[in-house]
Design a protein around this ligand. Structure first.
Ligand SMILES: Cc1cc2nc3c(=O)[nH]c(=O)nc-3n(C[C@H](O)[C@H](O)[C@H](O)COP(=O)(O)O)c2cc1C
Length: 360
């Protein structure tokens, strides 16, 4: 009910605030006997960590994961897996000026209205810091889905209005923006530099693709897999829109253009983005998400304090200029969590015969 737990059978609770002692996750329902090491999780955390690329916050979060329970001699035991990531390099002093003032665009105003008490240090629970716990849990989910041959991969589609013109998969790991178009990446970098100089921030678009997902995964009606994916991704800070396959473009297409013809070899196009009626088709799942610009900016803005009096605000401290590319491993993690949960549910309901049925 309190919104900190996600999933039905592969169930994850995250806890902790930005400037508290630590953040972490408890996973309940992870199957036993899956090989799991600290390095599996650490690798994912390192992809999310700030300070790796020039456009992200310089907070040296360190992000070292400790596995406190649920793993014995490198294998999951089926008992709750507890993961802890200590909060290092915390500088709460730079948030002192925010003690009684709301940052436009952040959760300060709404958290105060809801709870009547405010942890102003670093955005508290609404901070991007909370996503370290999701990424840690997502790394475990990734191991669960990898056993079924499912892979989840994200990349940058747009930043600050610059959109990729081509897709070259090999390019994604070559630039710091995880962008599949080298020329667009250069232009994005320039926009980011300008935004930084202007004390401003930028938004963008990310695409996540799921390969190797068998047909038949997902539940009907209220828990359609596209609904679950959208919910998972919309729960990440800065995400303001999610689309699957042709998404909003489908609204302008004719049925004859939008329908994906089916041949004996499978679907010939993929406007459905790998999902029909909330159940996977076996084609690649394609998800795009739109992120707003980071709210904490140096440029002066109008706001109010907790007494409702008008104030001016210019946010100092260590903030990202753009949530991309840091949000990519976070959204990949959310997709892995959904798929791990759906796989367990499929096994519970249908006996997990998807692969055999796909081969028939
Ligand atoms: C990975 C990640 C890093 C973030 N870094 C910052 C940051 O440095 N400064 C900031 O003001 N907001 C940051 N945010 C965004 C806020 O957490 C988010 O905008 C805020 O909670 C308001 O929620 P909303 O965007 O869903 O409306 C980050 C979000 C994510 C996912």
């Amino acid at each position: 009910m309190s919104g900190n737990t996600f999933g039905m059978l592969f169930r994850v609770t995250t806890w902790g605030e930005s400037h508290g002692a630590a953040v972490g996750a408890v996973i309940d329902g992870c199957p036993p006997n899956i090989e799991l090491s600290g390095e599996d999780i650490q690798g994912e955390l390192d992809r999310r960590r700030p300070g790796r690329v020039a456009l992200t916050s310089s907070r040296g979060e360190g992000d070292c994961v400790e596995i406190l329970s649920g793993v014995f001699e490198g294998r999951t035991t089926g008992t709750p897996i507890s993961l802890l990531v200590g909060n290092r390099d915390v500088d709460s002093a730079s948030y002192e000026g925010l003690r009684d003032v709301f940052r436009p665009g952040h959760g300060d105003f709404t958290y105060f209205k809801k709870y009547g008490i405010r942890d102003h240090r670093g955005g508290g629970r609404a901070s991007g810091r909370e996503t370290a716990a999701r990424v840690a849990a997502g790394a475990v989910a990734r191991k669960v889905i990898a056993r079924e041959g499912i892979e989840v991969l994200g990349f940058t589609v747009a930043i600050g209005g610059v959109t990729i013109k081509k897709f070259s998969g090999g390019e994604v790991g070559k630039n710091q923006l995880l962008c599949p178009d080298a020329q667009a990446a250069e232009e994005m970098e320039k926009r980011l530099d300008n935004a930084r100089m202007e004390g401003d921030s930028l938004g963008g678009i990310v695409e996540i693709r799921v390969r190797g997902c068998p047909a038949g995964l997902g539940e009907p009606v209220f828990e359609k897999i596209d609904a679950e994916l959208a919910r998972a991704i919309m729960s990440v800070g800065t995400v303001k829109g999610v689309e699957i396959g042709a998404g909003f473009r489908a609204a302008g297409m004719k049925g004859s253009e939008c329908n994906d013809p089916i041949g004996p070899e499978g679907f010939r196009t993929n406007h459905a983005g790998g999902i029909l009626a909330g159940i996977t088709t076996g084609a690649e799942i394609v998800i795009r998400l739109a992120c707003k610009p980071i709210p904490s900016i140096g440029r002066e803005q109008e706001t109010i304090d907790i007494q409702g009096k008008p104030r001016k605000i210019s946010v100092r401290g260590r903030h990202d200029i753009c949530v991309i590319p840091r949000i990519i491993p976070v959204c990949e993690a959310m997709v892995c969590l959904v798929l791990a949960d759906q796989l367990l549910r499929q096994k519970a309901i249908c006996g997990g015969r998807l692969r055999e049925r796909n081969a028939e």
